[in-house]
Ligand binder design. Structure first.
Ligand SMILES: [Zn+2]
Length: 115
């Protein structure tokens, strides 16, 4: 059964298999399972390379930078306070988004595979 790109992308946001949507695709933080335990879809053959980190930078940048600018323009807190606030928030957001971005990349590659 062929799954649409939109459905595969929606499953990838939850880090689920693009084919069945039932199993998690990671066995560790960013380590893909070789295949899905539910539908046996091969997962580790898709090389996502640097697309996941690039997508993470784009997404996190579009979340954090407007927040930093808004806070700076409206409240102007001390620089040390901004540093101890925004640096951990940025790091945590990146760590949260990285597996999701890699999963999105995998879903795109998976949908573009030879049928
Ligand atoms: Zn599956």
């Amino acid at each position: 059964m062929r799954v649409s790109l939109l459905l595969a992308l929606s499953r990838s946001v939850f880090k689920k298999c693009p084919q069945c949507g039932e199993e998690k695709i990671y066995k560790q933080y960013l380590k893909l399972k070789p295949y899905c335990n539910n539908c046996n879809e091969k997962l580790s053959i898709y090389r996502t390379d640097d697309f996941g980190p690039w997508l993470t930078i784009i997404i996190v940048g579009h979340i954090i930078v407007p927040l930093v600018l808004y806070i700076e323009q409206n409240y102007s807190p001390q620089l040390w306070l901004q540093a101890i606030t925004w640096i951990p928030i940025t790091i945590l957001t990146v760590l949260y988004m990285l597996p999701i971005s890699k999963s999105i990349c995998l879903a795109i590659l998976w949908s573009l595979r030879d049928k």
